[in-house]
Design a protein around this ligand. Structure first.
Ligand code: PGA
Length: 254
């Protein structure tokens, strides 16, 4: 499987002009990209403008609602995203959970995204305090169990699912989780996910697991080649075209 590199622009940049400039600089360099898949997730408001500039970069959104349409002021439905050319959608990012998003809401969003034929990237991760108390595995197991409720062994749903392990204490801090530590979590998540993907059959497709949290061009390959993750979720470093391009190149040419 080609490594999947997902750029999460979060609430940046502040103008369409800058968004186009950033997208175009990355696009130029990705023309001959073969060994990895790059997804850019800009803020909703830039999606339709960026769609027309699409190249071999895939488009994703940073969130979605669980209903298709109706009286839900301010919400964006998975069908709307699909219609704009999105293939991916981040769901349950810790910055949204902090604003009050619950596992129940996340579960509904995942199901709605999958029904709309989007590929949801479900973010899970423990806080620094939970890690100190030795609760990392327990927290991750609970998040997966609740966020993926009713999805177990449903091949129709699970074939498009992606998981991102993002320890909260590593996000935006410049303090990434050491690849050795991240590998332990990766192996644990694989074990937890085994019953979910039992429907794929032995040796077939694996649900991809990405790592996210202070990824940069220096540490990117270690998560893929040492810790065995299938890709990366990149925040801060994806806003600097040069740094992001360097990272994609290093990962793709390894
Ligand atoms: P970061 O963010 O790369 O800036 O740590 C990652 C994320 O929140 O997805």
């Amino acid at each position: 499987m080609k490594p999947l590199i997902v750029a999460n622009w979060k609430c940046n940049p502040t103008t369409l002009q800058e968004a186009k400039r950033l997208f175009n600089s990355v696009k130029e360099e990705m023309r001959n990209l073969k060994n990895s898949e790059v997804v850019i997730c800009p803020p909703f408001v830039y999606l339709s403008n960026i769609q027309y500039l699409k190249s071999n970069i895939k488009l994703g959104a940073q969130d979605c609602f669980w209903e298709g349409k109706g009286a839900f002021t301010g919400e964006i439905s998975p069908l709307m995203l699909k219609n704009l050319g999105c293939e991916y959608v981040i769901v349950g990012h810790s910055e949204r959970r902090k604003l009050g998003e619950t596992d129940e809401m996340i579960n509904k969003k995942i199901k709605a995204a999958l029904s709309a034929k989007l590929k949801p990237i479900l973010c899970i991760g423990e806080t620094g305090e939970e890690r100190k108390q030795g609760k990392t595995f327990k927290v991750l197991k609970n998040q997966l169990k609740n966020d993926l409720k009713y999805l177990i062994s449903n091949i129709y749903y699970l074939k498009s699912l992606i998981i991102a392990y993002e320890p909260l204490w590593a996000i935006g801090t410049g303090n990434p989780c050491e690849p050795k530590e991240a590998k332990k979590v990766y192996l644990f998540l694989r074990k937890i996910l085994a019953p979910y993907q039992a429907c794929f059959g032995a040796g077939l497709k694996k649900i991809p697991i990405l790592y996210g949290g202070s990824v940069n061009s220096e540490n990117a390959t270690s998560y893929i080649h040492e810790a065995n993750f299938q890709g990366l979720l990149v925040g801060g470093a994806s806003l600097k075209a040069e740094e992001f391009i360097k990272m994609v190149r290093i990962v793709s040419n390894y």
